[in-house]
Ligand binder design. Structure first.
Ligand code: MN
Length: 432
């Protein structure tokens, strides 16, 4: 696991004034992403307060040497896959150098400051060319809530506590925060109908998830031991697994989700690195009495000791023309499997992971109504409409609704860091 160093020091302040006290991007975070200044080509950058540093330009003025230079070059292009392919050494060297460059009274300030762009004037892109996307189902409370709608007496299937359940998703339709989402049309059949019809999805939902960005990969046929799995994770983002529940209900048996989930997946654009998340690691919660222990290929003492991560998550909905209203909140500690277990399981049969692959954790729900990470759970499949604070009601999403996820890490003795927003507006279906 990543250890703490001077880049995590809560006393560090930056000469970038907006970074000090910033909810998401203080000097202790330093997430990587891909951005375009107005009208210019995409390139790698790092977020600091309300600004973005152009890494290619920073390389150009000679701000890096050694391992930090190797990582900065790898992070300079239009996708960050070359950075993700590197081991954590160069990535950490770059983080430490960036921390130094942004620190109050840094002697290089005059060289760095002209290379900053106002984030509000930039377009943010996907941080990587995503080769493969896999969505898990590791939020046990979500699995219980969703399962209980269909099997009240037996919400979890017998494999749940043994196998990290997942399915291979669609990489081509992953989009960065801010890009609108088109309501899909598809085959749907209500329980009251005898045959399906084709048309706009009626029960459109979000799923509150975290994304895991894969770093160094593994060769085909070579599993990743659980003790090494953490080294294959470069960082995390927020992820909205948009889901058309009526299409899903009709198509999902026997092979699982297909068109109900492949029309768009939205991610927050910044990779919050494993290094930045280090202060917020926790022991994985003990499994409840009676649950089986994970099989040995998923068991590692160090992973159990610090494999969980404390990320407070929140869902807001802004109805068309209205202000954002809070729907619910949960925490990444509600995951039944650690991120390392997801990686080790995915590769356990020999499947090769590649730098820039993306995992979704599965919907993260906490206990109770406030913890629900999807409308499916909040409205019990649409049976109990939700009343927003503004008085509007929802069973599922309406055209023009904007869904906003936020995620922050807090711990006594450390500075809060966050993910920025994962947001998108729902557009009407094409033939609506
Ligand atoms: Mn999902």
């Amino acid at each position: 696991m990543t250890s703490l160093d001077r880049s995590h020091d809560p006393a560090l302040k930056s000469w970038v004034a907006s970074a000090n006290g910033h909810d998401d991007f203080p000097i202790q975070n330093l997430p990587f992403g891909v951005f375009s200044p107005a009208g210019e080509a995409p390139r790698g950058g790092v977020a600091i307060g309300d600004s973005i540093l152009d890494l290619n330009a920073a390389v150009g003025v000679g701000l890096f040497t050694g391992d930090a230079l190797i990582a900065a070059r790898a992070a300079s292009g239009p996708v960050l896959n070359p950075l993700m392919a590197l081991a954590s050494g160069p990535r950490r060297a770059l983080r430490l150098r960036l921390s130094e460059l942004f620190e109050d009274n840094a002697p290089e300030r005059a060289k760095v400051e002209p290379l900053l762009h106002a984030a509000s004037a930039c377009v943010l892109h996907l941080p990587a060319a995503i080769g493969d996307y896999t969505d898990f189902y590791a939020g046990i409370q979500h699995a219980m809530n969703a399962g209980s709608l269909f099997r009240p007496d037996n919400p979890l299937l017998p494999n749940y506590k043994y196998v990290p359940i997942g399915y291979h998703g669609r990489a081509s339709s992953v989009r960065p925060s801010g890009e609108p989402v088109r309501r899909p049309s598809g085959q749907r059949k209500l329980a009251t109908e005898t045959v399906p019809t084709f048309g706009p999805a009626r029960n459109l939902d979000y799923e509150l998830e975290l994304g895991v960005w894969v770093g160094p990969g593994n060769a085909l046929g070579q599993p990743i031991p659980i003790a090494e799995a953490g080294r294959h994770i470069v960082g995390m983002c927020l992820l909205n697994d948009w889901s058309a529940r009526d299409i899903q209900a009709w198509e999902y048996q026997p092979l699982g989700p297909f068109l109900a989930k492949n029309f768009t997946t939205t991610v927050s654009p910044w990779i919050v690195t494993a290094e930045a998340l280090a202060p917020f690691r926790l022991a994985q919660a003990a499994r409840p009495e009676g649950d089986p222990a994970p099989l040995s290929y998923l068991t590692d003492a160090a992973d159990q000791a610090e494999g969980a991560v404390d990320i407070a998550l929140e869902v807001l909905l802004a109805p068309k023309g209205g202000a954002p209203e809070r729907l619910s909140g949960s925490n990444a500690t509600d995951l039944y499997w650690t991120l390392a277990q997801l990686v080790a399981h995915h590769a356990s049969g020999g499947c090769n992971l590649n730098p820039g692959d993306l995992f979704g954790t599965g919907t993260i729900s906490g206990k109770g109504r406030d913890g629900c990470g999807s409308l499916l759970e909040l409205t019990r499949g649409g049976a109990e409409p939700l009343t927003l604070p503004s008085g509007q009601t929802r069973k599922f999403l309406e055209d023009g609704d904007e869904v906003i996820f936020r995620g922050v890490c807090r711990r006594d003795g450390f500075v809060q860091i966050g993910f920025g927003e994962c947001r998108a507006v729902l557009l009407p279906a094409l033939d609506a």
